[in-house]
Design a protein around this ligand. Structure first.
Ligand SMILES: [Zn+2]
Length: 474
């Protein structure tokens, strides 16, 4: 399989006439021959798809039909060409086209996938699916992968001089999942963290959200020309710079290798089992649920006190995100920015499980997954579907929280004005606090107004003296 890229002279699109028009339900074979070419040197930037050691490329097959994502986006650019401003939002909730279409590609729903890929003799090439055969022919090393269940039309190819760490996880009903970590030979420092996160995640997600749909999960290191990890079906390319040689020996450090692995694994449920539709806010079904799932794994591993540092980071990132917002801030259910579906989503869902209980919220998420998981035909779910499932388990007394967090932009200004403590006995204190609490609603332009009739639950924490835990954490 090879790839096609836009050349400036053609603007990257071609129009073909079919010998006869296709009717609904008709099939046709489309053969594509393409190549990635990098002639000469560029003035700036670089292409990182095909490398000497560490190729990682995804997609690459031309998309069919009109792609509005390739239009000029910026207001300034559009002005220059006398174009009207481009609407910032996806189609509204319950839009018939939006509900029929998957967020991550509009070319196909679920597909069958099979791939034969070759590389140089000393490298391993990997694509989604189970390895059927591996052989050498001429000076090429071949691999044949086949996925035996339908998946999103969303795949990657990697190739590198890999070492492979193999392990196994067995589900409570006896199904084996092969764990494979494809890594650069020297990068062995944190492999146990990747494996531990995968095992903890497989266990927790199985218990709380339902079975894992594959028999393998693979993490594949790629070079630090880019810093991210991405979840393809049973296959997770993962940047070298994202924890492979990080020093986590200080127990107070943020264990992002563990956390990011849990997040990417969670996408096998949120994204691959339950695929969001193409309506506004739908990406929270993928990203916010993956963040929530990773937070639950971190809470289980490091304890709720230690999750505070994750949440503090999320709160700061959310507030910074909205402060730098150049257009308008959407309410969470219509989220259209990363700071909303990652950071705000984390805080909202973590808060919800704090209020209604982890198992209650997980029950709602499980029911949502049971309704839409591995659904091959539309309608696909949007943010409002998840909201409906969650609302069912939230008592009336907390509906204000749900509405504040999903349907409005609510901000608190809470602080302790003064605090006094009096020792009343052994390990007993009488503590008097003067607290100021205030809630504001913001509109999409950031204008704030005092929230009327505030009658909210507000946590007040009183900390004991700092002590070092058994695991060395402060
Ligand atoms: Zn993600």
């Amino acid at each position: 399989m090879t790839f096609f890229y836009a050349r400036p002279d053609t603007a990257g699109y071609r129009i073909y006439a079919l010998p006869r028009p296709m009717m609904p339900g008709d099939t046709a074979t489309l053969e594509v021959t393409t190549a990635i070419e990098n002639p000469g040197f560029v003035n700036d930037g670089y292409r990182r798809e095909v490398l000497f050691n560490g190729t990682f490329t995804s997609g690459g097959i031309p998309s069919i039909g009109y792609d509005a994502n390739l239009e000029l986006e910026g207001d300034e650019d559009r002005k220059k060409y006398d174009l009207p401003e481009k609407p910032d939002d996806l189609p509204p909730h319950r839009d018939p086209y939006g509900e029929r279409t998957l967020l991550f590609n509009d070319d196909a729903d679920f597909v069958t996938f099979e791939c034969i890929v070759s590389t140089v003799p000393d490298q391993i090439a990997v694509a989604p699916g189970y390895l059927q055969r591996e052989w050498t022919e001429g000076d090429r090393h071949y691999f044949h992968y086949k996925q035996d269940s339908k998946i999103n039309y969303f795949f990657n190819l990697v190739s590198a001089r890999y070492e492979v760490l193999r392990d196994k996880w067995v589900s409570p009903d006896g199904k084996e999942v092969n764990i494979e970590i494809f890594h650069h030979a020297e990068h062995t420092y944190n492999l146990d963290r990747f494996v531990a996160s995968l095992k903890d995640g497989l266990g927790y997600f199985y218990q709380n959200f339902g079975p894992y749909q594959f028999r393998q999960v693979r993490i594949l290191e790629f070079p630090r020309y880019a810093v991210f990890a991405q979840s393809f079906p049973n296959t997770i390319p993962y940047s070298e710079d994202f924890g492979w040689f990080a020093d986590f020996s200080d127990p107070n450090d943020y264990d992002y290798a563990y956390y990011v692995t849990a997040h990417e694994l969670a996408h096998q449920w949120w994204g691959h089992q339950v695929s969001p539709n193409y309506t506004r806010g739908a990406n929270l079904v993928s990203e916010s649920l993956a963040e929530y799932s990773a937070l639950m794994i971190a809470k289980q591993k490091y304890g709720p006190d230690n999750v505070q540092q994750f949440l503090k980071y999320d709160l700061d990132r959310y507030l910074r995100g909205r402060a730098n917002e150049s257009k308008k801030e959407n309410v969470f259910i219509n989220c259209n920015r990363a700071y909303q579906w990652y950071q705000k989503g984390s805080i909202i869902l973590y808060g919800l499980q704090d209020y209604v209980g982890e198992s209650t919220l997980n029950g709602a998420i499980r029911a949502f997954r049971d309704s839409f998981g591995l659904k091959e035909t539309p309608p696909f779910p949007g943010s409002y579907d998840l909201y409906d499932f969650v609302k069912k388990v939230v008592p009336d007394s907390l509906h204000y929280y749900l509405e504040d967090s999903w349907l409005k932009i609510a901000l608190y200004e809470n602080r302790v004005i003064s605090a006094k403590a009096k020792k009343t006995g052994d390990n007993q204190y009488e503590v008097t606090l003067k607290v100021k609490a205030r809630k504001m609603y913001a509109d999409e332009k950031g204008n704030e107004s005092e929230a009327p009739d505030t009658n909210d639950l507000i946590d007040i924490g009183i900390f004991a003296e700092d002590k070092v835990e058994d695991n060395g954490k402060n």
